[in-house]
Design a protein. Structure first.
Ligand SMILES: [Zn+2]
Length: 278
């Protein structure tokens, strides 16, 4: 293989890996959201296995669809506005005018993608296209989940700016996969979300505070284990970050439930047919 191909292959592998929570976490976020549905959506609970099975479709699309990659992250700390005021322009047109199209693409379009996927779900409900609605909801769950993954909202997405390269995969996949059985959520009933787009930006801003906590946990685990791959390292990483990680996964599942419910309300509460999911 020539050097260009080698480099391209490594880059491609990185792109595929550094894309979201691992598959198990996305399954958990998507399938658990039905537990948070209010009674009115009882008949949509049958969606759980389909939402789980399609929880990583958005990642798989990256292989064939070049526009997909930028939809999974937003490096909000690359914006001066965020570092100064803890927010960025939320209206896409205004943001494009202010920051430029190139920058928005470079830093990733996750919040706008989440919002447009929500709007697509409203349309699916309006047209009572239930087969498509469940797939759109699965994608929505994926993008919401990515917004609750701290390394998807920072320029230091793989710890490369703090000599912690590889943290992305160590955290989202290896550590989560080792502990997925401990990820249990408490009962909760979701409510209508007022101002969907601003609530999407709101959780991104809030979740950014976990970037430094996670990097600290990685450093601590490294100090304790003396490496970044042993059982001791992963046990320590979980000790340091497990409780907020469960909280992030739980919050993303609750948010997904709230968005599905809100989309259904916004579509005029279309009657959910019996026998859905059969
Ligand atoms: Zn993703």
């Amino acid at each position: 293989m020539n050097s260009f191909l080698v480099r391209y292959s490594i880059l491609f592998a990185l792109f595929v890996c550094l894309c979201s929570w691992g598959e198990k976490a996305h399954r958990k976020i998507n399938s658990s959201c039905v537990e948070f549905f209010p009674k009115e959506l009882n008949q949509l609970k049958v969606w759980a296995p389909i939402l789980a099975d399609h929880g990583s479709d958005a990642d798989f699309r990256k292989k064939d669809d070049k526009t997909e990659f930028v939809k999974h992250f937003t490096d909000i700390d690359s914006y001066d506005d965020f570092n100064r005021t803890h927010r960025i322009e939320e209206d896409f047109e205004t943001a494009t005018l202010k920051y430029g199209n190139e920058k928005i693409k470079k830093e990733g379009t996750l919040p706008w993608t989440t919002d447009s996927t929500y709007n697509a779900l409203v349309q699916n409900f309006k047209s009572e296209n239930w087969d498509q609605a469940v797939l759109t909801a699965a994608d929505l769950g994926h993008y919401v989940g990515d917004g609750f993954m701290p390394l998807h909202i920072t320029a230091n997405y793989d710890g490369q700016l703090s000599t912690q390269t590889g943290i992305h995969r160590r955290y989202e996949e290896t550590m989560i996969d080792r502990n997925i059985d401990k990820v249990q959520f408490k009962p909760f009933t979701c409510k209508k979300i007022n101002g969907v787009k601003s609530s999407i930006f709101g959780y991104l801003y809030a979740n950014h505070s976990y970037v430094s906590l996670l990097l600290k946990a990685d450093n601590q685990a490294y100090i304790e284990a003396g490496d970044q791959y042993s059982d001791r390292y992963y046990e320590s990483l979980w000790m340091e970050s497990g409780s907020f990680t469960i909280q992030l996964l739980e919050e993303s599942s609750k948010t997904l439930a709230g968005l599905i419910y809100t989309a259904w309300l916004e579509a005029g509460k279309p009657k959910i047919p019996a026998g859905l999911g059969n």
